[in-house]
Write a protein that binds this ligand. Sequence first.
Ligand code: FAE
Length: 543
Amino acid sequence: MNDVIPQELGRARFSRRGFLAGSGTALGAAAAGLPALTAAPAAAAIGNGATVPALVIGTGYGGAVAALRLAQAGVPVEMIEMGMSWTTPGSDGKIFAKVTSPDQRAYWLRTKSKAPVSNFFGFPIDSTITKYTGVLDAEEFAGITVYQGRGVGGGSLVNGGMAVTPKQSRFSSILPSVDAAEMYTTYYPRANAALGVGSIDPAWFETAECYKYSRVGRKHAQRSGFAWTFVPDTYDWNYMKAEQAGTVTRSALDGQVMYGNDHGKKSLVQTYLASALATGRVNVSALHRVTSVTPAAGGGYTVTIEQINTSGDVVATKTVTAAKVFFAAGSVGTSKLLVKLKATGALPALNNETGKGWGENGNVMCGRANHMWDSTGTLQSTIPCSGIDNWDAGGAFAEVAPLPTGIETYASLYLSITNTTRRAEFTWNAAANKVDLSWQTAWKQDSIAMAKTIFDKINSKEGTIYRTDLFGAYKVWQDGLTYHPLGGAVLNKATDNYGRLPGYPGLYVIDGALIGGNTTVNPFVTITALAERNIDKIIATDI
Ligand code: FAE
């Protein structure tokens, strides 16, 4: 798996040159320090005035499932994606930046990086970057920064690929109106297969230098009596082995993950989206952002789309008509659109659940300072492979995360998912012409208390302490962010039990906005499986 970009994607529809040339922004690329790109046929971005049977807003998990299954059912699909198509290397020969050296490719329209681990030995490490339509958005609301993928492939471009199916016994707390048996016999298996989920070779794990940090995490967890478990992933585990052996170009072992992976990770570009394009019925318009959806006079919906350049400037505004529109802009993107469209009169009949039930999967991070004899390694795979499950007793599931600095840190880092009941609401702020989110930073105290059920005990057992230098000076907990936004258009509340928006036949929500704030584990397998379930029903009854 040397080339993770399928020919079809590299050649035609996903050519970044095509989209840049189409939007007249080749100069913008040069100004951003990117090289002239090799010739490739331009993809046809959606035309002003087009009439289409199905339009999908966003190319993340929900959008990719919808596009593939609609296309397989014979329906031509236009996908609209505000981010770029990431297929062409920059001047350093890499498509994506490393976590230790973010540049303009790393962040969505920011002039300074905003790393989740913001400090090292107490010193701030964020750096100045060129404003560019980079792959990771650190979207700031009053009480929380929400990290999201931007680009063709959505969150699959930037995530750790941890592909976790929740325990069935916990499913009713995640999606109470959904038949669990059907999910676990049909839709979770379908999602796992299509995503290419695999597991680390347990024998190789025992000796791999790049997973020393996980073995230290296991030892500490087990000595304190916690259940420790391997976590499946969409990374190609054979490629990972070859990276460790030094026989292929390194990606996970070269500090690539949250600003994208050049190799090894099976993002949606290699899985669902590749299959969708192979049908010949799917077209993707990158650097296109949907701003409005409203009923059209002659039936269907009028969709307003802004085409942007790599500086984020609007270079064209297009209006198209779609018979069916699928909101797959992610929990935040979909919620913001729906709340705005309801408040401003474009979709006034959306119900009062719109914008409600938003949660952050209880994300909190912390680090522990190990003793000198528990080094975690100078070579760390960016792809986590294990977690500590204390959900039933303490309400926390913690992934053993890497700290891939290239030097020995003696640190163990963890991202905890916790059983918080806090939920926030998106509301329209007419004065500021934007959508606000009511999340409060103080609510994270609940999550911290749950995470402490694991780490206080481990520290006590090991005679160790929390790191206080990673998230600010003397700050133990990273309590200002989430990687896992969920909810805002919750299933069976803001929509019917299959994502249909009441009052608007032909409008659907099909992404993480449907799930009310928590999945007990990392969320994308559940988002994908739910999308598979819903699109099955929609194709059977509405198409
Ligand atoms: P998402 O994948 O976010 O896709 C939405 C797409 O819509 C994006 O491409 C947007 O650019 C696009 N968009 C938004 N607004 C518009 C608009 N107005 N017009 C056009 N396009 C628009 O949504 N989850 C796991 O399960 N395991 C992990 O290991 C994991 N690690 C993560 C690490 C990081 C750093 C981050 C940020 C997330 C991680 N996640 C992980 C979360 C996971 O990626 C996320 O739950 C899913 O990507 C959400 O899928 P959706 O389909 O809801």
